[in-house]
Ligand binder design. Structure first.
Ligand code: ASP
Ligand code: MG
Length: 462
């Protein structure tokens, strides 16, 4: 059995959803589908919390937008009028639960992390309900099961939960085994699970990929497919490098590095659960479903020049924390990292010298990060600088630290186009080298490195 994850990006308009339904009907009998919310619905749900908090009068409008979105798709894809009516009834029941939560939030006058997770998971619940109903109407044997009812157990950390794989596997054996068969298509909403205390907990934005990886691991699937509306992993972002090529096979390590710093193809944590069972993940393009896509495996063949991709990230900045004796005085880094973590700020990466700790944070975390560190009573640093006009470029390929000449080829290419490198990290990951440049230099650097490692044959003039 396969587990297939369908992303919100390919659940946009009615016609596109119709196309996905056809693909599911043709290709997914006997499989489990982990589904995201319809495109943008999670944003609507989260944005709705702020406006529900502001005024009770805003709630009907939020509810209407979410409900109409699903009704429109239902009307288009469920031709049978009485079936459509039944769908509306089910939809209303789910929407009523959501509405109560919004009123509760307004009444208690706060958006607690618990409430945030309870509300934001409704997109997935609604899409699973919708897709199941549409398929049932085509006489396809299908059902959905809510993750909190079948025991997808989490550690209880709101907004950033981790699944308990052992317990989840045990629960799935009990709840899912009896209902699965060769014809049945089973939907499970992605993005959330339930803690041992009984709280709905989400896996963070984009977390349906992670859910799907958990489900695939827990049911011992033969593989996990991630269906998207884009190609799989590419040798560079095609918007920068038009001749970028699809990467047909990657290792877990390579995929994790690329997911973390590069293209938003896969949630970076999706590889975690998969690793232990050595399952393959295949990224498939729903617009080109017969193509092979990108396969992520435990062992991937090395490409001749080692490098598989040149990725980049512009949603990044550096917090430079200056102090003397970073390498000699104990506890400096612990204090800085502890303070950021307590303020809910994620450190994406760290590069240090004896006089400065450079913390890579996402753009939105830079200013809150600076403020949090300045609040420290006894400051283990002299000054802090924020640098947000930068871009991170990474070259990724297993074994790059063991092959001589890679760094030299990379930086020669960058120097040849007169781009200055402001910081380098090389060594901590066996599969990635990354460095920082000014934002304005990003495209030239990426193009130069790509043509160094992926020389494309030039067209000869006629
Ligand atoms: N719907 C959630 C989000 O938008 C989870 C997901 O799509 O993966 O973040
Ligand atoms: Mg998504």
């Amino acid at each position: 059995m396969k587990v297939i994850k369908i992303g919100g990006g390919c659940l946009a308009g009615r016609k596109v959803i119709g196309h996905i339904i056809n693909l599911i009907e043709e290709r997914c009998r006997g499989q489990i589908i982990v589904v995201s919310a319809l495109k943008d619905v999670t944003n609507l749900l989260i944005g709705g919390m702020a406006s529900a908090l502001e005024a009770e009068e805003n709630i009907p409008n939020i509810i209407n937008r979410i409900k109409t979105r699903h009704m429109n798709v239902g009307r288009f894809l469920i031709p049978d009028q009485s079936a459509l009516k039944d769908y509306y009834k089910d939809l209303n029941k789910t929407i009523l639960k959501l509405e109560r939560l919004y009123y509760g939030l307004n009444f208690t006058r706060e958006i607690t992390p618990r409430m945030h997770d309870m509300i934001s998971c409704f997109g997935e619940r609604l899409s699973a309900q919708l897709l199941t109903t549409v398929l049932r109407n085509r006489n396809v044997q299908t059902a959905y099961r809510m993750p909190h009812k079948i025991g997808l157990v989490t550690d209880g950390k709101f907004g950033d939960a981790t699944a308990n794989l052992e317990k989840t596997e045990r629960n799935f054996q009990e709840h899912l085994k009896p209902i699965l068969n060769k014809k049945m298509i089973l939907f499970i909403p992605g993005f959330f699970g339930i803690s041992e205390e009984g709280d709905i907990t989400t896996f963070g934005r984009g977390g349906s990929d992670y859910s799907a990886a958990v489900v695939a691991t827990a049911v011992n699937a033969e593989r996990l497919e991630i269906w998207k509306d884009t190609e799989g992993f590419m040798s560079a972002d095609p918007r920068c490098v038009p001749e970028a090529q699809l990467i047909p096979v990657l290792s877990y390590e390579e995929a994790a590095e690329l997911a973390y710093f590069g293209a938003k193809i896969l949630h970076p944590r999706s590889v975690e659960p998969i690793r232990a069972k050595k399952l393959d993940i295949v990224i498939k393009n729903t617009l080109n479903p017969d193509a092979g896509g990108s396969r992520i495996t435990a062992v991937s063949p090395r490409s001749e020049n080692i490098i598989k991709s040149v990725a980049h990230d512009t949603d990044i900045g550096i917090l430079k924390v200056y102090g003397s004796g970073v390498g000699a005085r104990p506890g400096i880094f612990a204090t800085v990292a502890g303070q950021l973590s307590e303020s809910g700020i994620n450190i994406k990466s760290v590069v240090t010298s004896q006089t400065c700790i450079s913390l890579l944070l996402t753009q939105k975390d830079l200013e809150p990060g600076r403020l949090a560190l300045n609040k420290l009573k006894s400051k283990p640093f002299r000054k802090i600088e924020v640098n947000n006009d930068i871009a991170l470029i990474s070259i990724v390929g297993d074994g790059l630290i063991h092959r001589e000449g890679i760094a030299s080829r990379c930086f020669s290419a960058v120097a040849a186009c007169h781009v200055n490198v402001e910081m380098i990290s090389f060594g901590p990951s066996p599969a990635a080298l990354y460095f920082i440049t000014q934002k304005k230099d990003l495209t030239s650097a990426v193009v130069a490195i790509h043509s160094t490692f992926f020389a494309t044959p030039r067209c000869e003039p006629l």
